[in-house]
Design a protein. Structure first.
Length: 436
């Protein structure tokens, strides 16, 4: 069932915030560069960080506009084949066939349908540039970040992205982060994001590989459902799941994560940055991100992220409802003892850190209570000791890894409770669809 958009006000955007007014003759969706003036101001710190590389590239902006209407064609073909209801149709793919191919390889099926065979022909071969030792080191880097990574991904990456219109509307279309589902959906995202960081997790038989391919198909099914629902305005928003938004999402998991943990006092070396970027480059490959937008180095990803930011449409009616749903979801976390007090603390801490990451305007534009960033100073002090002193020794890094692994297990229990960590089911019925 398709969820209806909540009745919320549009975030006011002044005339000076719009430097590239949508044109009826523009080949790009109308949201493209709709609030570029404001976005330039929001992205000023990133542009200063880039230095000379912060100069805007018109060709890259044009490519972003074009790829707002470019989908993952292999995923789309598989999603379409899964939607075929005629059991005698030669192109029909079943979920049983997909699960078998994912678990045991495409060769485990006799005469697999073309769409399934071509999909796995894209994800099963390992590109020549993949270094699994470096992938594993990237996973260890992410796990050493511990709670800092979870904070950045929830506060800066996820809730912060709700300030921009377009992709959040898809979550409302699919019911992904509204009402009582908010806690579950955040838990699923955290489970996947941590599953890819385990030792050998991204090898063919690893849980990170399987979950990432699962997520790719989920994206394709969501796009298929929304694109054919008759309610999605492609001329305004582009395709529901498109290459530009997919690349922007990948950028949240690599470069934004690295930038965010540094803002919390975490020391990140060049080698650690390189390893984390390599991990997410391979994840991005499996997700179907265009190869020329898979970045080896953090600085290149920051440059792409800056251009992606310039093209976004700030504000909209959906973001505040989604942000508030995630804040209130903290009151449903699972704690063994003192649950009421600890839930209230988790909510207050989240609001405090959102004020630090998003600023007063960002918090107000999401209709969230404006809190003082009281939670940040003690966190900075602890991180300066842990990562700038202990993190410089092998024993200290081993301690940080053990501590990070303990936090990951504890955090997943808080979100999933007694349920086993998992990701959303792949719905293929005519009105059902992945809620992610």
């Amino acid at each position: 069932m398709v969820a209806h958009e909540p009745q919320q006000r549009d975030t006011p955007v002044g005339p000076s915030d719009v430097t590239t007014p949508p044109s009826p003759s523009s080949p790009y969706p109308r949201r493209f560069r709709a609030t570029e003036g404001l976005n330039r101001r929001l992205g000023r710190p990133l542009r200063l960080l880039l230095g000379r590389q912060g100069k805007v590239d018109p060709a890259l902006l044009a490519a972003i506009g074009e790829r707002l209407t470019t989908r993952d064609e292999l995923g789309a073909a598989l999603a379409g084949a899964l939607r075929i209801t005629d059991t005698a149709h030669p192109d029909r793919v079943t979920m049983r066939q997909f699960r078998t191919a994912l678990a045991d390889g495409i060769d485990a099926l006799a005469n697999p349908p073309a769409a399934l065979r071509e999909f796995f022909a894209a994800v099963e071969p390992v590109p020549d540039w993949v270094d699994f030792d470096l992938v594993d080191e990237g996973g260890r880097v992410a796990r050493r970040f511990g709670r800092n990574a979870a904070d950045v991904m929830l506060q800066l990456a996820l809730i912060g992205s709700y300030r921009f219109d377009g992709p959040p509307r898809l979550l409302v279309e699919t019911g992904g982060l509204t009402g009582g589902s908010a806690l579950r959906r955040v838990a699923e995202t955290q489970h996947w994001a941590t599953a890819v960081t385990g030792h050998d997790a991204m090898r063919r038989s690893g849980p990170g590989f399987r979950l990432t391919v699962h997520v790719r198909l989920m994206h394709a099914l969501v796009n298929h459902q929304a694109e054919h629902s008759g309610q999605w305005d492609t001329e305004r928003w582009g395709l529901p799941v498109n290459q530009s938004d997919l690349a922007a999402t990948l950028g949240l998991f690599n470069a934004v994560q690295l930038l965010g943990v540094r803002l919390l006092g975490v020391r990140v070396t060049r080698a650690e940055s390189r390893a984390l970027m390599h991990l997410w480059k391979y994840v991005g490959h499996l997700l179907g991100v265009d190869e020329d937008w898979l970045c080896d180095h953090e600085r290149l990803q920051h440059r792409l992220n800056y251009h992606l930011l310039l093209t976004q449409s700030y504000g909209g009616p959906v973001g505040p409802a989604l942000a508030n749903a995630l804040v209130e979801a903290q009151t449903a976390l699972h704690f063994a003892r003192f649950a009421r007090v600890r839930r209230a603390y988790a909510r207050a801490r989240l609001l405090s850190m959102l004020r630090y990451f998003l600023g007063r305007r960002g918090v107000r534009d999401l209709d969230l209570p404006v809190a003082l960033p009281w939670a940040v100073p003690p966190l900075l002090a602890v991180n300066l000791l842990r990562y700038n002193v202990l993190g410089r020794t092998a024993a200290g890094r081993a301690y940080l890894l053990r501590s990070g692994d303990r936090f990951i297990r504890r955090n997943l229990r808080r979100y999933f409770g007694e349920h086993a960590p998992d990701v959303g089911a792949l719905g293929v019925g005519p009105s059902a669809g992945p809620s992610r």
